[in-house]
Design a protein around this ligand. Structure first.
Ligand code: GLN
Length: 474
């Protein structure tokens, strides 16, 4: 009996290495779990048959892949109707890397349309539900990957993060998610949202699994000129944090939007860090919270408006059958194919980039972005890592914020500043509030993933958070 609710990828690898199970048996166990629980949760937009999993033979660990990540021969929709029926003819580099390590793709996970959202409710194919409480959202945009890992529907998964789409759903579903340093993971073959921010990263049950998956996907890629070689990944082992300097940015820890239950869980984790030998101190990121979100909502839509120009009914997916000439076809396709959120962002972005406004909006936002980079760099002169809650709240009810885009955007208040600065961030589950998971984020300087893994691993051991959603415990 394979207990997918409790099996880590490392555990799966041990079973395979010891030949206690075959790759096919492992794959079948996850398919069975998907059959049991995914009708309720809707983590997957597409589930692979055992015969279509790549590589079909071999003893790899199964993995789920967010549907913005291109997979040869497997539909890739980015949660949008405009990409309905699109089947890539090539693999993204990250997927080639997975296959190179013998991993087998279980399926493609649900996402807010073009990864725009914080709850997965913007998916054109219907929302994903949180495995801890299906009346609640799993976070977003990568709610499908995060919920799948927490519900035992995949041992681990790939997500993508522009302003928090790995860290925030991991926090709301209670697992480990890494947004890597910008430029360490290839974006070749990924459906682009905001190119100066997008990063692919791992979602996992443990920090060690997360580090291992990161080691598989990271590295320079000749097909993506923004990539560099990253330092060799060290799988974390010890629990001693003697001398590690942990900074608590006041603005990210004391913000009025943070729920008291979230604050209390994070404070308990901070106390544990002290007991493990870390030196904990306060610091300030004075502009991050006030300027991070507004700055992001200029830069990201501006880049999105440009990236989404390619969906015209000619090259990919959906084409409107409506009447008229070629221009009418473009218009109808985009009108019918895009949902409200991408349209909203295309409008904002096109406006911000238009002649006469470019300097006032996009140019100004780029300057603010430089300030955010500098104030993080200053904080790292005194600290090795920074810590705060990942999300100001626990998972909220489906529908609670869909009518108010600004309320939805506020979910990313705490994750966006470091994303704007290109920095890596790790979500570690740190407790429950109202019976729902709370996550904390560890932020480090560029290329400090190994430090984040070491601190995250020590904390994970000390916290002993039980990842299995209470309703699935026997
Ligand atoms: N929630 C943010 C947004 O809507 C971030 C999304 C992401 O990281 N892809 O843009």
């Amino acid at each position: 009996m394979i207990d997918t609710l409790r099996l880590s990828a490392e555990g799966a690898k041990d079973l395979l290495d010891r030949k206690e199970v075959s790759g096919a048996e492992l794959f079948a166990a996850y398919l069975e779990a998907i059959g049991e629980r995914d009708a309720e949760l809707h983590c997957y937009l597409h589930v692979c048959e055992e015969s279509s999993a790549h590589p079909p033979a071999g003893d790899g660990i199964p993995i789920a892949v967010k549907d913005v990540i291109g997979t040869r021969g497997i539909p890739t929709t980015a949660g949008s109707k405009i990409l309905e029926g699109y089947v890539p003819v090539y693999d993204s580099t990250v997927v080639s890397n997975l296959k190179g390590h013998g991993l087998r793709i279980l399926g493609k996970t649900n996402t807010d349309e073009f990864a725009m959202g914080s709850s997965t409710e913007n998916s054109a194919y219907g929302p994903t539900h949180n495995p801890w409480d299906p009346s609640r959202v799993p976070g977003g945009s990568g709610g499908g990957s995060a919920a799948a890992v927490s519900a035992g529907l995949a041992p681990w998964a790939l997500g993508s993060d522009t302003g928090g789409s790995i860290k925030q759903p991991s926090a709301l579903c209670g697992n480990v998610g890494l947004r890597p340093t910008y430029g360490t993971v290839s974006r070749y073959g990924i459906v682009a949202f905001a190119s100066s921010l997008d990063q692919v990263g791992p979602v996992a049950r443990t920090v060690r699994d997360c580090a291992y998956l990161y080691s598989i996907i990271a590295g320079r890629d000749p097909c993506d000129s923004t990539t560099v070689d990253s330092p060799e990944v060290v799988l974390p082992q010890g629990e001693d944090l003697k001398g590690v300097r942990v900074g608590l940015p006041r603005e990210l820890n004391e913000h009025a939007a943070i729920d008291p239950g979230v604050r209390a869980s994070v404070e308990r984790a901070i106390e544990l860090l002290r007991q493990l030998g870390a030196e904990v101190g306060e610091c300030s990121l004075p502009r991050s919270v006030d300027f991070g979100l507004p700055c992001y909502y200029l830069v990201a839509p501006a880049e999105a408006s440009s990236n989404l120009a390619r969906y015209d009914g000619v090259r990919y997916g959906y084409r409107s059958p409506g009447p008229g000439d070629r221009l009418d076809m473009y218009k109808h396709t985009r009108d019918e194919g895009f949902g409200d959120e991408p349209k909203r962002r295309i409008l904002i972005g096109t406006y911000a980039l238009s002649a006469g406004y470019y300097d006032a909006y996009y140019g100004q936002a780029q300057k603010v972005r430089t300030m955010l980079i500098r104030e993080h760099a200053e904080a790292f002169e005194r600290f090795d890592v920074l810590l705060s809650p990942t999300s100001p709240t626990v998972a909220f009810e489906l529908g609670a914020k869909t009518e108010n885009p600004l309320a939805m955007y506020l979910n990313d208040l705490l994750t966006i500043p470091s994303c704007m600065a290109g920095l890596p961030g790790l979500n570690v589950p740190c407790g429950l509030s109202e019976g729902l998971p709370v996550g904390l984020q560890l932020i480090g300087p560029q290329f400090s993933e190994n430090t984040l893994f070491a601190v995250g691993h020590a904390l994970e051991r000390a916290l002993a958070f039980d990842l299995v959603p209470t309703r699935y415990r026997l």
